[in-house]
Design a protein around this ligand. Structure first.
Ligand code: GLU
Length: 274
């Protein structure tokens, strides 16, 4: 059965761009009689706030959306993500990265074959790793693209559907992405692929700002033996200044529009729905 999702992070109030994305996914689910899932991506406790989560339900309800209950809140399912990480670790596909942000930037800038656009590293020697672990140094888990390429015999056969078009994934675009952060214990890409599979999402409909993420996520699906949904990345809604909406722009949040007297019907029409 067709199933799609809207997966906001409660790090700010939703704006018109979110409304457009949510309505696009919701309309696709309605058109096929499929499922519409709302997922709260709140693994980063340092940035997520309960009032933003409450506002998500309120704003989407106001907009006329209906979603399946119970809503999956990622912070309640950390065990699922740790289990997936454990599988990657057992398969030798991730490594511990002890570098600070600054050290990562320095390593990228001074790479032997010219500056790296994305980080590629690799594990430390065993003795050095043991020494740092024993010293209690914090580390992140990173995906090893080299190990992944060895495991899959290269990435040439790794494809996904973007609407009707078959695209060859280029996970190199993301480099050795962080899959578990030092402070948070899990990172975005891993949580998303685990949840899309667990929630049986058949169609991922989201903004084109996440197109590169799909290449990384396709690789993780292959490594974890998870199904690959069909993807559709829509254009981003632009504000009057030609720039995309951002959570920091207070003026265009759904609640400020509502408080300013706009009706949900007006907004839906403005965004091309109804
Ligand atoms: N939580 C992500 C965000 O708010 C979206 C993730 C996704 O759609 O895969 O940008």
């Amino acid at each position: 059965m067709f199933a799609t999702r809207f997966a906001p992070s409660p790090t700010g109030f939703l704006h018109k761009g979110h409304a457009f994305s949510a309505l696009t996914a919701f309309a696709a689910a309605r058109a096929t009689g499929g499922r519409f899932v709302l997922r709260i991506e709140d693994i980063d406790a340092t940035r997520c706030r309960p009032e933003f989560e409450a506002a998500i339900y309120e704003d989407l309800g106001w907009l006329g959306l209906e979603w399946e209950e119970p809503v999956r809140r990622q912070s309640e399912h950390l065990d699922d993500y740790h289990a997936a990480l454990g599988r990657l670790e057992a398969d030798g596909l991730v490594y511990r990265c002890f570098r600070t942000r600054k050290e990562v930037a320095e390593a990228m800038a001074s790479a032997p074959h010219g500056p790296m656009e994305v980080f590629r590293g690799g594990p430390l020697g065993r003795a050095e790793e043991m020494r740092r672990l024993a010293a209690g140094e914090p580390f992140a888990w990173r995906l090893s693209l080299d190990a992944a390429a060895r495991r899959l015999g290269g990435f040439a056969g790794l494809t996904f559907m973007e609407g009707e078009a078959r695209i060859t994934a280029q996970p190199e675009l993301g480099g050795d992405v962080v899959l578990a952060r030092k402070d948070v214990g899990v990172a975005y890409h891993l949580a998303v692929v685990v949840d899309d599979a667990l929630q049986e999402i058949t169609h991922v409909i989201r903004g084109c700002d996440l197109f590169e993420a799909t290449h990384v996520q396709r690789l993780l699906q292959a490594l974890l033996g998870l199904p690959t949904p069909i993807y559709r990345h829509h254009d981003l809604l632009l504000g009057p200044d030609g720039k995309r909406f951002a959570k920091r722009d207070r003026s265009e949040t759904l609640r400020s529009l509502r408080e300013g007297g706009m009706s949900a019907g007006d907004l839906r029409r403005e965004l091309g729905f109804d």
